[in-house]
Design a binder for this molecule. Structure first.
Ligand code: ATP
Length: 229
C-alpha cells in the first residue's frame, strides 16, 4: 500500500509553547487511522498541521506524493484533503442543500448520494443549518466534506457530545465510507468504536507520538497510561 498522507517529524509551536514534537504518522490509501490521546495532547494541532492551517517549525507534510508543507490550506483541500473540523462548522444562514452545494466539486459524491447516506439531511434539505440539531449539523459537516470529493477524509471528534442513536448513525456512515475504500484519519476517544474500525492507532501524549500500531495491541496498560481508560 502506498502512503497517501505522510507527516514527517512535525514540530509546531503556538508562540513560545511547543504543541507538537517530532510527530510522524502515515495514512495509506484505503486505510483508517485513529489519532488518540487525552485532552490537550495535540490531536487537533496535528490535524490542523496536516491540513496546512498551521505553520511548521520543522518537518514535512506529504500528500499524494507532493510536499505540501508550504502550501496554504485551500490548496491542500483542493488536492483532496477533506476536513470535518471540531465544532461542525457549517454556514448557519444557508439551507442544508445550499451548504452542500457550496462545497461541491466534481466526483462520485453528489447532493443525491450525500442525502442518500444521511436521510435526515434529505428531510431537512430546505431548513437553515442553524435550525438543525447538533447531530444533524455533524452529518451536514461530513456531507460538506464528502461533497468536495476528498481522497482523504479527516474527522475531528465527529461524535463527541451526541446522543447514542445519532452517534450510531454517524459511525455507520463512517464505517460504510471506510468499507468503500475511502482513506480516513480520525480523532476520537471512544475505544469501543475505534477498535473494530481502525487499521492503525496513533497515540499522542504531550505533543509526542508515544504508541502506534494495530488497535488490537492497545492493552490495558497503554490505555491506562495514555488514554485514561
Ligand atoms: P482536545 O481533545 O481537548 O481537543 P487535543 O489533543 O486536540 O485536545 P490540541 O487542541 O491540539 O489538543 O492542543 C495541544 C496543546 O496546544 C494544548 O496544550 C493546547 O492548550 C495548546 N493549544 C491549542 N490551540 C492553541 C492556540 N490556538 N494557542 C495556544 N495554544 C494552543
Amino acid at each position: 500500500m502506498s502512503a497517501l498522507l505522510q507527516l514527517d517529524g512535525l514540530d509546531v509551536f503556538y508562540g513560545a509553547s511547543q504543541a507538537l514534537d517530532a510527530v510522524s504518522l502515515q495514512v495509506d490509501e484505503g486505510q483508517a487511522v485513529a489519532l488518540m490521546g487525552r485532552n490537550g495532547m495535540g490531536k487537533t494541532t496535528t490535524i490542523s498541521a496536516a491540513c496546512r492551517m498551521l505553520p511548521l517549525r520543522k518537518g514535512r507534510v506529504v500528500f499524494a506524493g507532493q510536499d505540501i508543507s508550504a502550501w496554504p490550506s485551500f490548496r491542500a483541500a483542493r488536492l483532496g484533503i477533506g476536513l470535518v473540523p471540531e465544532g461542525r462548522r457549517c454556514f448557519p444562514n444557508l439551507t442544508v442543500r445550499e451548504n452542500l452545494i457550496a462545497a461541491a466539486r466534481r466526483g462520485y459524491w453528489t447532493l443525491e448520494r450525500v442525502q442518500h447516506m444521511f436521510p435526515r439531511l434529505q428531510e431537512r434539505t430546505d431548513q437553515y443549518a442553524v435550525s438543525l440539531s447538533g447531530g444533524e449539523q455533524q452529518m451536514l459537516a461530513i456531507g460538506r466534506a464528502l461533497m468536495t470529493n476528498p481522497r482523504l477524509l479527516i474527522l475531528d471528534e465527529a461524535t463527541e457530545g451526541l446522543a447514542p442513536v445519532i452517534r450510531r448513525e454517524i459511525w455507520t456512515a463512517i464505517t460504510r465510507l471506510r468499507t468503500e475504500g475511502l482513506s480516513i484519519l480520525l480523532v476520537d476517544k471512544t475505544l469501543a468504536e475505534i477498535l473494530p474500525f481502525a487499521d492503525s492507532c496513533v497515540i499522542l501524549d504531550r505533543g509526542r507520538v508515544v504508541w502506534q500500531g494495530h488497535p488490537k495491541g492497545l492493552d490495558g496498560d497503554i490505555q491506562q497510561a495514555y488514554l485514561g481508560v
